[in-house]
Design a protein around this ligand. Structure first.
Ligand code: EPZ
Length: 418
């Protein structure tokens, strides 16, 4: 298993380029199942989760041709409408093939995701929604079987709670359903909006993406399309925090500042200076010691849960006490225990973490657990005295493309050890 070895200290300088969004690319790949014509996606990040989804689609019946960051998927027929446990257990987002398979093949057999490091992560809301669209759902041997022999029909689905992939799954089911579907209490994330744009390019009729109510008029058939994936706002946010924690002068390029409003506001409250040298770039400088500022994670456009771990690492270096509340997942503080081993002063109480700073961090051997917790350990290593060795970096490779190369190019002393 690969490790990262980081020598803390250097302030990051210069530019870091953002890759395409993993969480927009995953539903976009699944959407290719909805048509028998080729779908070409640009700026697809070369990360592990995308390779996993691509392998799943090929098992289902897609032909995949990748050239750099461009991926063309062509699914002339669904050969096996199934997502096996071996794949699903490594990537929960495999559930995103459920909606497209029921819509295109009128049947699906998808392994239940099982738990993951950050929480139970059930897909009950995906299943309830599919039932309301007319699918018969059965669960046995750890698999979900969904069948709609007469096809799906439009319905009004009200989500008990906001779910990002639940919204995306049902959008992809509804675009080929007979009649109109309305999704209420839908997720408003930019990745949902990007999926709607792709579906409409394929001939679907989706309105309201980005708001809590999304309407779809079902159509008979979808055709192929070409689409460029939006920039990864979580990767870009992670790099902004890297600039802040090392008190550098870092410009994150190729991003969409509109998608980072909550993080930008929060970082400016701590005392960071953030400017926009051009419409797709953010520059961060930290001219003075940072102040501790509380944060509560919320669905978009609130502060992203996927940036909570990174922000916690930053608060270990800020002056004062920061209260961090995680409202989305029930167990997303694993990074706190590792940060504490590096010298951070963090008190956990259920969904609340209290971070007292500034505390000098010292390099240590730490273990990555989930994708974003791992990113927070990299950030801590950038500022810790001495050497930090992070094991199991495959967690990081799931969602960050060559993170060590990007950070090293900005001055970080980080290297990958096979
Ligand atoms: C998406 O996961 C992201 N993944 C996650 O990013 C992100 O943390 C999460 O949204 C929240 O923003 C992708 O887009 C591929 P949810 P998702 O359904 O869709 C509960 C990363 O680091 N829930 O919005 O799985 C669930 O347990 C990953 O890139 C149900 O109870 O998250 C959670 O508490 C991590 N029943 C809350 O809702 C359901 O059927 C939000 O989950 C579905 C969800």
């Amino acid at each position: 298993m690969d490790k990262f070895v980081i020598k803390g200290g250097p302030a990051l300088q210069g530019e870091i380029l953002t890759s395409g969004s993993k969480n927009a690319a995953l539903p976009a790949l699944a959407a290719a199942l909805l048509t028998d014509e080729p779908v070409t996606l640009r700026r697809v990040p070369r990360v592990r989760d995308i390779r996993t989804m691509q392998r799943l689609l090929v098992d289902i019946g897609s032909k995949a041709a990748a050239k750099g960051e461009t991926l063309t998927l062509h699914t002339p027929a669904i050969v096996s409408p199934e997502a096996p446990y071996e794949l699903v257990k490594t990537m929960r987002a495999s559930a995103l093939v459920l909606g497209p398979l029921v819509a295109r093949a009128r049947s699906a057999r998808v392994s239940l995701p099982g738990g993951c490091a950050i929480g139970a992560r059930p897909i009950n809301l995906h299943l309830t929604g599919l039932e309301q669209l007319g699918a018969a759902i059965r669960q046995e041997h750890g698999y979900i079987e969904a069948h709609a022999p007469e096809g799906l029909r439009g319905a009004t689905v009200h989500f008990d709670r906001i779910t990002v992939t639940g919204t995306e799954d049902l959008m992809m089911a509804a675009v080929l359903a007979r009649g109109e579907t309305e999704l209420r209490n839908a997720a408003r994330e930019p990745e949902v909006v990007d999926l709607a744009e792709l579906l409409n390019k394929m001939g679907a009729r989706v309105e309201g993406a980005g708001t809590s109510t999304i309407r779809m008029q079902g159509v008979e058939k979808l055709h192929g399309a070409e689409h460029t994936i939006i920039p990864d706002r979580i990767e870009a946010g992670t790099f902004l925090v890297a600039g802040a924690i090392t008190r550098g002068d870092l410009t994150v390029t190729g991003c969409n500042p509109e998608h980072l409003g909550a993080l930008i506001a929060k970082l400016m409250q701590t005392g960071a200076e953030i400017t926009r040298p051009d419409p797709t770039a953010l520059r961060i400088r930290v001219p003075r010691p940072l102040r501790s500022v509380d944060v509560t994670t919320e669905e978009y456009p609130g502060f992203a849960t996927d940036l909570q771990a990174q922000y916690m690492a930053l608060m270990t270096q800020a002056e004062g006490i920061a209260l961090i509340v995680e409202t989305i997942f029930e167990n997303r503080f694993m990074h706190a225990l590792e940060l504490a081993r590096m010298g951070a002063n963090i008190r956990l109480d259920g969904r609340q973490a209290i971070v007292a700073g500034p505390r000098t961090l010292t390099g240590a051997g730490v273990i990555a657990s989930d994708l974003r917790a791992s990113a927070s350990l990299v950030l801590a290593g950038l500022v810790a005295k001495g050497e930090t060795v992070i094991d199991r970096v495959y967690h990081i490779d799931r969602g960050y493309e060559k993170i060590e190369e990007k950070l090293a190019a900005a001055g970080a002393q980080i290297r990958r050890v096979e």
